[in-house]
Design a protein. Sequence first.
Length: 736
Amino acid sequence: MRFSFLPALLVVFTPVTASAADVSFERDVLAVLTRAGCNAGACHGNLNGKGGLKLSLKGEDAAGDFAVLTRDMLARRTDPLRPDESLILKKATGQVPHEGGARFAQTSREYARLRTWIASGARVDAPGGPMLRKLVVTPASRILVAPSDRFRVSAVAHFSDGSTRDVTTLAAYEFTAVGIAKVTPDGEVVREQTGEVVLLVRYLSLVEPVRIVFLPDRPVTETGTLVANNEIDTLVFAQLKELRLKPAELAPDRVFLRRAYLDAIGILPTPAETRAFLADADPKKREKLIDALLARPEFAEYWAQKWSDLLRNEEKALDRKGVAVFYRWIAAQLAADRPLNEFARDVIAARGSTYSHPPANFWRAVRDPLQRSESVAQVFLGVRIGCARCHNHPFDRWTIDDYYGFGALFARIEYRVLENNRKDNLDKHEFDGEQVVWQNRTSEMPNPRTKQAAKPRFLGAPTPDIGDGDRLGAVADWVASPTNPFFARAQANRIWLHLMGRGLVDPNDDFRATNPPTNPELLNWLATDFAAGGFRLKHTVRTVMASRTYQLAAVARDPGTMSDDLHHSHALVQPLEAEQLLDALSQVTGVPVPFRGYPLGMRANQIPAPPQTGRRGFDGMGERFLKAFGKPERLLTCECERNDDPGLLQAFQLITGDLMNALVKSPNNRLGTMLAAGASDSEMLEEFYLAALCRPPTATESKKLLAYLSAAADRRAAWEDVLWALLNSKEFLLRR
């Protein structure tokens, strides 16, 4: 999510005054500087500052900021004897040249607070003062239907001494998108156009989101007649009614069949499987199909690819055997439906030989202590802590101490390279062959802020005194604990992403208060149900796929609803993943695609790691195809590395690519086999349509294509044209 900052708050008030006793440096002055954007990353809060003034980001270092404002530049920034001559006031109001422009007016509350503080001696707060504990913003969310176009938010700060304070006029306001609404300094939100946006309300170190929806004046959707298959539907339909969005009809059997196969096992059904499902009159056939797919070996192979992407299972960091044993281990855990929290524990606590104990390969791939901590937080907790490496996280609660304390848990991992291994030339510290992962009980993680060894700490949870004990085991047990506040939500959201096309939190591994879920109640229920189901992947996949929400058509009943891509009023149309598409092309044409070093006939979704490219001829086409269609190199622990954006290279691969031509023209492909068997054009047309699109051709399609084929002088060439067109159709290339 990208954040767009509001322009300077240029507001004129009637002259106001502030009592010196009421103005605090930390609770007022720093809040004013944050509200005006002075200590933002784009201004003086930058790592190197601006114009000779460097403030801490968002006021995180009060003592440092006080020294800079009152002692630097011969104390010209704050002049208690002549407060109106203070540079901090003159520059902020535009009285002297200021690259950042005027930030507030001389008659504003901001000016009055700063001037009062300076005039009263520019004093630092007495030690032991009340600490900010909580920020309560009301309302937490708001839906307005035209002609309603505005409402007011209020922010109340709660302190450690039990006192509260209305900080609405001290809080900073930022929107997550521009053009939807604007906000006044008094906290009034005003619509600019219909749409949905999140308002972030910040006071000192705390940020609270307010989800805002401006709706056009449209009828309330009637959802009472919709049958909910499970609690997912109840929660989704309740939100759709609130947003006046009309859910789509159920997808037809042929669409559901193709979708379910692709989402669950990554391949298309065979023509025989399609015929059987479409002819089945059992009202429970969809539920039975889901159970059958989850029991197939392809399920574990397909989802093992997803976890291999996240766990960086690739040959540049590991060697070929390490990649293979790690992939097989992941697939075996998923095939056995091992609880994902136990799976996570095994990966995090892993040590020993990278061959005989495969999960240890994860630590071989991430060799830097800080990279390890960021990877574990992102993959298993859904938390991105990287911004706290240099300063407190500007959009989350994590501090520098949190960051290095969590990093300390992974600082003791070491590697022993066996004597018979050799340098692999891929980077300076890797070797071909077996390695041993172990813990050096003396290594520590230095905290750059304190210049001391960081004390190990869990994120947002009490940490036991580990001492010189097993730090990996301790953090692994904490991540896997049913009481962990992050794990179930992160994994449930990841499963939702892979089945629905978009996470309830998006990006799916960026959980924070400033990036709230689109349906908080649904996410909470999914996480609770995931935990109650034993943290098992198949349980949650089955629950989601069995919901009516998952089975909705991609075309909405109400054209105005088609713009909804957040609330699942209809299915999202998505391009096939690289492996899905290559396997589908191979399956429809009946030609296996070779991959270097693997037996002929292995699917792309069975290859343990992204094959290396660069070879010529048919033997290298599959690798080049996968790269062109966005198969990740697994250099990041993030789904974001996979790129499915269309481009010219993809178009060339499909239209005139060597692989496409080889598949279509192969003399022994499905086309050649059926021609040799004497199949009629109508029989072949139905077979190819069922194989590629999971449906027979329509009457119009049959009439036109059969006429084209019957008039062709070269039957084989004509059929190659038809097959090429079918494989380039949007219906084939997209998951609907």
